[in-house]
Design a binder for this molecule. Structure first.
Ligand SMILES: Nc1nc2c(ncn2[C@@H]2O[C@H](COP(=O)(O)OP(=O)(O)O)[C@@H](O)[C@H]2O)c(=O)[nH]1
Ligand SMILES: [Mg+2]
Length: 192
């Protein structure tokens, strides 16, 4: 994908605010701080299109970003902080269920995982959730700049086993040095 234009559209708190057209959407999912906003910025070659924040859990909305008037990235709230506030978790679940169940624009879910971490229960649940709705799922391992190639190879195994997912289908990504950007675009474009 050659990105010519990118723009923030809306932070939607309810379905009525979702864009009304047929453009394909790529949903980004992952624990707070995994690098979702940085991923969007890297993919569209912008520094601050998506807001990178150190205060997770502040948003209960879907952020829509247009790319080339051809497709959209949809940034979901990070998960993994909800246990502290049950009501927050239910809100997250409702929001995601509504989007998954109703949104015909949704073409692929991109699950971001920190390459350094073993996936936890939340990650496994998120993957089950995606599979339950029969949405194609791409797994991107973020922050690859933090590990050596050797360590990355080991982590790929650990993560694949934890999620029963093929390690060969992982995209390795770094927003810091932009590795994996082309590969991630190629993987995403297959679904658009
Ligand atoms: N070293 C490194 N840091 C990253 C990378 N991606 C994100 N970060 C940092 O991780 C933190 C959280 O990133 P952010 O994109 O806001 O995560 P989000 O909560 O999933 O949207 C920020 O301090 C980013 O600068 C990466 O690929 N490499
Ligand atoms: Mg973010």
């Amino acid at each position: 994908m050659i990105v010519k234009t990118s723009e923030f559209l809306i932070s939607a708190v309810k379905e009525a605010q979702w864009p009304k057209d047929g453009l394909p959407e790529v949903l980004l999912l992952g624990r707070s701080n995994v690098g979702k906003s940085s991923f969007i910025n890297t993919m569209v070659n912008r520094k601050n299109l998506a807001y990178t924040s150190s205060t997770p859990g502040m948003t209960r909305m879907l952020n829509f970003y247009d790319v080339n008037h051809e497709m959209r990235f949809v940034d979901a709230p990070g998960y993994g902080f909800q246990k502290k506030a049950k009501s927050g978790y239910e809100e997250f679940e409702c929001l995601m269920q509504e989007y998954f169940a109703k949104r015909e624009n949704l073409k692929v879910a991109v699950l971001l995982l920190d390459v350094r971490r073993e996936p936890n229960e939340d990650d496994a649940l998120m993957l089950e959730f995606i599979q339950h709705y029969h949405i194609p799922c791409l797994i991107i391992l973020t922050k690859c700049d933090k590990l050596s190639n050797n360590q990355i190879a080991k982590q790929k195994k650990v993560i694949a086993e934890a999620l029963s997912f093929s390690k060969d289908s992982f995209c390795l990504f770094s927003s810091l040095n932009k590795t994996g950007r082309e590969e991630a675009w190629k993987a995403i474009e297959q679904y658009l």
